[in-house]
Write a protein that binds this ligand. Structure first.
Ligand SMILES: NC(=O)c1ccc[n+]([C@@H]2O[C@H](COP(=O)([O-])OP(=O)(O)OC[C@H]3O[C@@H](n4cnc5c(N)ncnc54)[C@H](OP(=O)(O)O)[C@@H]3O)[C@@H](O)[C@H]2O)c1
Length: 332
């Protein structure tokens, strides 16, 4: 597995990371033993960059990662780059959320994450969503204090605008910006990716497989009752049918290269941008292995242009979140 440097830090991460969210919530039932086996296999394959958040399973995801780290002892802890996030406050069983970016909350949330993860220091600590009425300078100031206190190594921001990134970078170097970015979610191409390149910030692409839709392996009628995708506008009704037509074209393209849709979706990100690190989520070793193999795929500029054109934003039907999910998502 090739590596990329995280921002301007000394941290080197696998160019394809592992999203751990589905191991706790949002994509139907999960099994801890299967998730732990997937994490173990990931590390064997050189995938050292694990993405979590305090809100995933309301602490379950961080505890699971903590269990994985503990099982492997000090050696394993040194191998893994742990990323987690604060800022989304939810009640058990509810998707609706409020956002808290206040300095007091940042400090308390960090202590709680350190405890659940069972580590002394979080490698990459993100603000998950912005609270509009708290100046970003105050939030990043509090995060910077955590770095100086040795509780956090690097700072990241998720779903923020270019302006917020520029303001935040004046307070403390921002190692990573994490936002949704994939063939069918292209908003970061409107300036945020360029701003990251200019500031030496890594762009971490979440949901790079379009929450599995791009892989062509999920349909809304086969989703579990508690699967969040049932409420995602792109997975519903006529939108789903229209979007499936795009995925079929992606399948035909992937066939010409004898690889899978998922592998093309990841290779598209890696070949387009040297500062992007996708973090596909999976609970399954077979998917993990397939995703890791995408690191070896080279796409020509003609192939990139073909894929760019196929998934132009105007060709995609439906918004990427239901309205409740847009709380705290900044748009420039
Ligand atoms: N910052 C944020 O606000 C934010 C928001 C969402 C997600 N994230 C992070 O980003 C990570 C990745 O995003 P995501 O999990 O939402 O979406 P994703 O990576 O686009 O898709 C994950 C889904 O794709 C399936 N999958 C994975 N590899 C596959 C393959 N090769 N073939 C077929 N299906 C495959 C997974 O199935 P299985 O689970 O069954 O393996 C899962 O259902 C998350 O885990 C989380 O850490 C961050």
């Amino acid at each position: 597995m090739k590596n990329r440097t995280l921002g301007q830090s000394s941290l080197s991460v696998a160019e394809i990371g592992l999203g751990c969210m589905g191991m706790s919530e949002f994509y139907g039932p999960s099994d801890d033993q299967q998730s732990l086996a997937t994490l173990t296999r990931a590390l064997d394959l050189g995938v050292n960059f694990f993405d979590s958040a305090d809100t995933y399973g309301l602490g379950h995801n961080e505890r699971l990662l903590g269990q994985f780290l503990k099982q492997g002892g000090v050696g394993r802890r040194r191998q893994v780059v742990v990323a987690t996030k604060f800022g989304i406050v939810r009640e058990a069983g509810k998707y609706e959320r409020r956002i808290d970016n206040s300095p007091a909350y940042v400090r308390a949330a960090c202590e709680a994450s350190l405890q659940r993860l069972g580590v002394d220091e979080i490698d990459l600590y993100y603000c998950h969503r912005r609270q509009a009425d708290v100046p970003i300078e105050d939030t990043v100031g509090a995060m910077s204090d955590l770095v100086h206190a040795g509780k956090v190594r690097q700072i990241g921001l998720s779903e923020i605008s270019m302006t917020t990134l520029q303001r935040a970078s004046k307070i403390h170097p921002i190692a990573a910006v994490q936002s949704e970015y994939s063939l069918w979610s292209r908003e970061p191409e409107n300036g945020l990716l360029a701003a990251c390149a200019e500031l030496g910030t890594t762009f971490v692409a979440y949901s790079p497989l379009g929450r599995a839709f791009l892989t062509g392996t999920v349909r809304s009628d086969s989703l579990a009752e508690n699967d969040f995708r049932q409420f995602n506008p792109r997975f519903q009704g006529d939108a789903e049918i229209a979007n499936q037509a795009l995925v079929e074209k992606l399948r035909q393209f992937a066939q010409t290269r004898d690889v899978t849709n998922a592998q093309i979706a990841l290779a598209w990100l890696l070949n387009k941008h040297p500062h992007v690190v996708p973090i596909p989520g999976t609970r399954q070793i077979r998917y993990l292995e397939q995703n890791v193999a995408a690191s070896a795929i080279t796409l020509t500029s003609e192939e990139l242009a073909t894929l760019d054109a196929l998934f132009l934003p105007e060709h995609v039907t439906g918004t990427r979140y239901p309205e409740a999910g847009m709380v705290g998502v900044e748009r420039d």
